[in-house]
Design a protein around this ligand. Structure first.
Ligand SMILES: *Cc1c(COP(=O)(O)O)cnc(C)c1O
Length: 403
């Protein structure tokens, strides 16, 4: 199947001087095919004159609910806001503890603080990089009310075991499914295994907008209604007894986190291509694995865990662990290949959480992941030749032949 390398003669790696640079993410390329549709839809928004929280947003919510199987989808202006509003809508109270993994994007834990709670970190599984169910159970105290696993890179956390931990301790299960569009656990879309989850449409995500946008997914009508009010200054739309006829009741202290219609229009144009993009990402990931399987110096390639139930993986990121990660990153950059380090600092050692009192050495799996992992370029418009470029460079580096 590997036509690109099958016919290659043995001997030195081919000249790379002519290969094109491989950026980590390419905005223009990822829009090429959808662009005419995007232009039409964005023009419609401009002509329509409703730029925030308008018709396009409503249409997108309906389309996303259908795509994911969620009963409710609430569009907001980022994945981070979606987390904050979801936690509030799920009833997080001041001082409540929320168990989160020590290895994730900062917003996983800062959203807990912004919603008035207290993040409590736990270590990750070294293969899936997701919250370890036993570590999560050990982190539960009498003040813990919620458990928030994160689905990172290509697969979901062990939701069977985590749901059992939540059930045993009476915790509300919420999911940071910001990266997890298209991932499913026994047929259930990420974000819908507990009280609710989120999606991020940050431009680099599997379904990316041309700016910030996010959404809350839930099957619970009360959570959806509260989140919808919170994103719009806390307005519930009900009438006030002392101002009859005015439907402007503000019953909660909300925020302004409405979604822009231009972003909704872009996402509506891209959504029909999402399934194809997911398949293309899987093909590219398989091409990487085929070429990198036996490269010395790479200590781990992405491994989708076997579960008791069928799961759908989605390669949002192709993450490898390398022995000399920082030197590999510099080597790739010097040859025109972009990478990202997700995440260089574990959450428990971030200065903004220093008051929580966690220490270096406490979560060895999370700390090791921060030191060794690097994400390679993975976007649907890459070619097999791009994959070859990246893999040849990595192989040469690992063989110690890097200039
Ligand atoms: C991207 C991301 C977020 C935040 O989403 P934004 O839309 O960038 O605010 C939260 N958690 C995880 C795991 C993410 O990858």
């Amino acid at each position: 199947m590997d036509h690109a390398t099958a016919g290659r003669p043995a001997g030195p790696a081919p000249q790379r001087a002519s290969s094109r640079p491989v950026p980590f993410f390419s905005q223009a390329a990822s829009f090429e095919e959808a662009w005419p549709d995007i232009r039409t839809r964005v023009s419609e928004v401009i002509d329509d004159g409703k730029y925030s929280h308008g018709q396009q947003v409503g249409r997108l919510e309906t389309a996303l609910a259908e795509w994911t199987g969620a009963r409710h989808c609430v569009g907001v202006n980022s994945g981070t806001d979606a987390l904050v509003l979801l936690l509030r809508a799920c009833g997080l109270q001041p001082g409540d503890e929320v168990v989160v993994p020590a290895f994730s994007f900062i917003a996983t834990a800062s959203s807990v603080v912004l919603a008035g709670g207290r993040p409590v970190f736990a270590d990750i599984d070294p293969v899936t990089y997701a919250l370890d169910p036993e570590a999560a159970a050990d982190a539960v105290t009498e003040r813990t009310t919620m458990l928030m696993p994160v689905h990172l890179f290509c697969q979901m956390a062990d939701m069977g075991a985590l749901a059992r931990v939540a059930g045993r301790h009476g915790l509300t299960l919420v999911e940071d499914s910001a990266e997890a569009i298209g991932m499913r656990w026994d047929g259930v879309h990420a974000g819908l295994l507990g009280a609710g989850g989120v999606l991020s449409f940050f431009p680099t995500k599997t379904l990316g907008a041309i700016g910030d946008a996010g959404a809350i997914l839930t099957d619970d009508p009360r959570i959806a209604a509260t989140a919808a009010a919170l994103r719009h200054h806390g307005r519930t739309g009900r009438t006030l007894a002392h101002f009859p006829g005015i439907s402007n009741a503000t019953e909660l202290n909300g925020v302004n986190s409405k979604m822009d219609d231009i972003q909704a229009a872009v996402l509506l144009a891209k959504l029909p291509r999402l399934a194809h993009a997911v398949r293309r990402r899987a093909e590219l990931a398989a091409a990487y694995t085929e070429r990198l399987r036996d490269v010395p110096g790479l200590v781990r390639l992405p491994t989708v865990a076997e579960r008791d139930v069928p799961t759908d993986a989605v390669f949002y990121v192709y993450l490898v662990e390398a022995e000399r990660r920082d030197r590999l990153v510099a080597h790739l950059a010097a040859h025109g290949v972009g990478t990202e380090t997700y995440y260089p600092v574990p959450l428990h050692l971030q200065p903004c959480f220093s008051e929580l009192g966690f220490k270096q050495g406490q979560f060895p799996n999370a700390e090791a992941a921060c030191e060794r992992t690097v994400a390679l370029p993975l976007h649907p418009d890459m070619t097999t030749a791009d994959i070859d470029t990246v893999c040849d460079l990595i192989r040469r580096f690992s063989m110690g032949r890097a200039g």
